[in-house]
Design a protein around this ligand. Structure first.
Ligand code: PLP
Length: 300
């Protein structure tokens, strides 16, 4: 399934959503979740240019950071393996007694895991243990979440396999903002781009995204749909995700895309989007993270 192109783009498709037609809003979902069951959509795109650079610099190992359920960690592990690199994951917090499915997947792709305290993680300190096992000069470091110019460059290719030119609006969930920056760089000048932050009060995002833009472009960040913070959820969100699946057939994850679909649905009811808008909703994947929910929480 994984080819040298890294992204099996033939699986990419746009699904129309009829739920908002009664509000005179057309919407469609770009299904990046279909690219791979575990290695979620936008992460492939964000990693691509980093891996190219690591290869050009003759690096042997890819090192990055993430939590125990991180889509970025598992995607990096898979992509590194695919391109013949070793991979090293620095995981936030104590080594758990029982590994998450995400960490087990990362291990199965050959990633070496090191657990670091929350304080060290914040400072992104690489433990000496790593350098005892890997030559420092052979390591290529990718930021947490793939944040950076190369990440945005890769994410700019998200719109390439499809014709997105007819949409008036493009909306996406936002973590580091790298994906949104890529979308902004790739969108037409008239397209309105809105990002929904999944973190609570992460207001530094505005500048962090602006720093990744090739040309200045306006965009909107909405901070009202984090449901308490990163990876927090409640019954209302879960009920919505199940209902959204029932009506559209589209699964979502509780960290990113569930909150995005909830937000778009809510804002359509509140007439946030002008009549006759055509909204492209980016399904950025992340479904693997739902495995951390109690069994039976979701109907898909
Ligand atoms: C990582 C991730 C995001 C956030 O992407 P950023 O580029 O960090 O903003 C959105 N959706 C899913 C499913 C993700 O895994």
């Amino acid at each position: 399934m994984m080819n040298k192109e890294l992204i099996p783009q033939q699986n990419c498709r746009i699904d129309a959503v009829n739920a908002f037609l009664k509000f005179h809003i057309e919407a469609a979902v770009l299904r990046l979740d279909l690219l791979h069951p575990v290695i979620s959509g936008n992460k492939w795109f964000k990693l691509k240019e980093y891996l190219k650079e690591a290869g050009a610099l003759n690096k042997k190992s890819i090192l990055t950071f993430g939590g125990a359920f991180s889509n970025h960690i598992v995607a990096t592990a898979a992509a590194a393996k695919q391109f013949g690199f070793n991979s090293v994951g620095l995981i936030r917090g104590e080594k758990p007694e029982k590994f998450s499915d995400t960490l087990n997947d990362a291990l199965s792709f050959g990633m070496k895991l090191f657990f670091i305290s929350r304080e060290e993680y914040k400072k992104k300190i690489i433990p000496n243990e790593v350098f005892e096992q890997y030559d420092a000069g052979s390591i290529y470091i990718i930021n947490e979440g793939g944040y950076g110019l190369k990440g945005a460059e890769g994410a700019g290719a998200i719109l390439k396999p499809v014709d997105a030119s007819g949409f008036t609006h493009i909306v996406s969930a936002v973590g580091t903002g790298t994906t949104l920056a890529g979308l902004l760089n790739a969108a037409t000048p008239s397209q309105k781009i809105t990002g929904f932050s999944v973190m609570k009060n992460n207001f530094s995002l505005q500048k962090e995204i602006e720093d990744l833009l090739i040309e200045k472009k306006e965009f909107h960040l909405i901070h009202d749909y984090h449901f308490g913070g990163y990876a927090k959820y409640n019954l209302q969100l879960i009920a919505f995700m199940n209902e959204w699946y029932r009506t559209t057939g589209i699964p979502s994850d509780f960290v990113y895309t569930g909150k995005l679909f909830f937000a778009v649905n809510d804002l359509v009811q509140k007439n946030y989007f002008p009549l006759h808008s055509k909204i492209l909703i980016i399904h950025s994947g992340g479904l693997q993270g739902n495995r951390s929910l109690p069994k039976g929480t979701l109907i898909f």
